[in-house]
Design a protein around this ligand. Structure first.
Ligand code: 5GP
Length: 227
């Protein structure tokens, strides 16, 4: 680990299905220097989620009061619920010399990129459009409509890729975690070639083709509700 002042935050962004959360967990496993940022949200806890550990679960009035009080570094509405990164998380990370790990949506990451200039924001990509498609199809239990919605979301996320200077291909989780740790430690590496424009175009074309195929199929079937 470098003795220079540690990077205060690493934000990972990716089209859903790229394995961003798996990479984040691999980083935390790899090194104690990474600390998950606990976001606030107005959604309800799921399963075994614990307040203050997985999220700060707030009601909407409290969340809005936090916005008014300027307590968020960024916040966004995701799937109709509010999510935000408390500014206090950065203070604690700086005091403790750890790197805050943010697993947030694309809009939030753009805001972090502007408001926290010394944060490292990385756009992760799947190796190919096919690979992403396989992940989005998941267990094959979605309706056509659900899959079409996932494809549209991924395409909207990919559209924003050019706004992130560092794009990294997640070919293998351990290798990705190793490269991310090196990028955090050694800012000089960040000026390398990380523009994956051609790959982004290939992935988007594959997803668009599949979306058109689905839409075509549903026009023939007369409804998008067909599974
Ligand atoms: P989930 O409800 O499944 O935990 O998260 C839904 C989405 O919200 C994910 O895409 C996640 O990355 C995003 N998210 C979680 N916390 C934050 C946050 O603090 N800010 C923003 N902008 N997005 C977040």
């Amino acid at each position: 680990m470098s003795s220079a002042a540690p990077c205060p935050a690493l934000a990972l962004v990716a089209p859903s299905g790229t394995g961003k959360t798996t990479v984040a967990h691999a980083l935390v496993q790899r090194s104690e220097r990474f600390r998950f940022s606990v976001s606030a949200t107005t959604r309800r806890p799921r399963g075994r989620e614990v307040d203050g550990v997985d999220y700060h679960f707030l009601d909407e009035a409290t969340f809005r009061a936090w916005i008014e009080q300027g307590r968020f570094a960024e916040w966004a509405a995701v799937h109709g619920r509010l999510y935000g990164t408390p500014l206090a998380n950065f203070e604690v990370a700086r005091q403790e010399g750890v790197t805050l790990l943010l697993d947030i949506d694309v809009q939030g990451a753009l805001e972090i990129q502007e408001r926290v200039p010394d944060a490292l924001v990385i756009f992760l990509l799947p190796p190919t459009g096919r690979a992403l498609l396989e992940r989005l199809r998941g267990r094959g239990t979605e309706t056509r409509q659900e899959l079409a919605a996932r494809l549209r979301t991924a395409l909207a996320e990919l559209d924003l890729a050019p706004r992130f200077p560092i794009q990294l291909v997640n070919q293998n989780v351990d290798e990705t975690a190793r490269v991310l740790e090196a990028l955090v430690d050694r800012p000089a590496l960040r000026s390398g070639a990380f523009d994956e424009g051609a790959r982004v175009a290939e992935i988007a074309a594959t997803l668009r083709e599949e979306l058109e195929r689905l839409e075509e199929g549903s026009r023939e079937a007369g409804s998008l509700d067909y599974t």
